[in-house]
Design a protein around this ligand. Structure first.
Ligand SMILES: *Cc1c(COP(=O)(O)O)cnc(C)c1O
Length: 239
């Protein structure tokens, strides 16, 4: 059994994945979205745990918005692109728990900070990436380790981010576990909160619950396994 190779561009593509397969999956997702809404919905492709060859493949398949949830992994993959054949540059989204001391390392690469859930992180982003584009992450289910501020604290954090000069474009949330219907109430609350705050972007929905998220008002869905297949569950190589 081999673990994920996130160290460089040499890693093999996951079994069964090639450009045609990926294009098919992207078409399928776009078709489903179009059946559910007339609004444009951004597909953010989550490449975490996959090798840099998957990043290349995603770009060739026309995906532009890519996401990672570990700072080191994002930096490694963004760095690898220097040697890649693709001329297309991804817009990197950071979607993981953000440690203040990692912000500086990835600031040159990140296009959208989706997981801002506390003032210390916001302040560091403002320092390393003045005017940076951010989403405030709201905890929708008390899911341990997933991050996010309490919904009640979100308005004040949005204000604080703005005071720091950050460009707050929306809210992000991870659906409650237990399937799409378990996630729905939290998604609805996030959309209402975004409405109240006058925020346009609602980054909700992952592979298992993106259809419900789109139904209730997602403007952005974050998809990993629906595009790239299952991830290896072995631990990452030690960073
Ligand atoms: C891994 C991850 C995703 C994608 O998960 P899938 O279920 O594979 O689509 C989306 N959002 C965040 C924050 C993640 O960590």
């Amino acid at each position: 059994m081999t673990g994920p190779d996130v160290d460089g561009p040499g890693g093999d593509l996951p079994a069964g994945l090639d450009e045609a397969v990926l294009r098919d999956r992207v078409h399928h997702v776009r078709d489903r979205i179009a059946e559910l809404t007339d609004r444009p919905v951004r597909i953010v492709a989550v490449t975490k745990t996959h090798p840099s060859s998957v990043v290349d493949l995603a770009l060739r398949a026309g995906l532009v918005d890519l996401a990672e949830n570990y700072a080191q992994e994002l930096r490694a993959k963004a760095g690898d692109l220097g040697g890649a054949a693709s001329t297309q540059r991804p817009r990197w989204h950071f979607v993981g728990r953000l440690q203040t001391n990692k912000v500086r390392m990835i600031a040159p690469f990140v296009w959208c900070w989706e997981s801002v859930d506390r003032e210390s992180v916001a302040a560091e982003i403002a320092r390393r990436s003045p005017g940076g584009r951010v989403l405030v992450q709201v905890d929708l289910a008390g899911v341990a380790g997933r991050g996010g501020c309490d919904a009640a604290d979100a308005p004040a954090l949005v204000e604080r981010c703005r005071a720091l000069g950050l460009d707050v474009v929306g809210l992000m949330g991870v659906g409650a576990p237990g399937g799409p219907e378990a996630a729905r109430p939290g998604f609805v609350r996030l959309v209402e909160l975004a409405d109240d705050l006058g925020l346009e972007e609602r980054s909700i929905g992952m592979s298992g619950d993106y259809e419900v998220a789109v139904e209730v008002g997602a403007t952005s869905v974050r998809l990993g396994s629906a595009l790239f297949g299952p991830r290896a569950t072995v631990p990452r190589p030690g960073w």
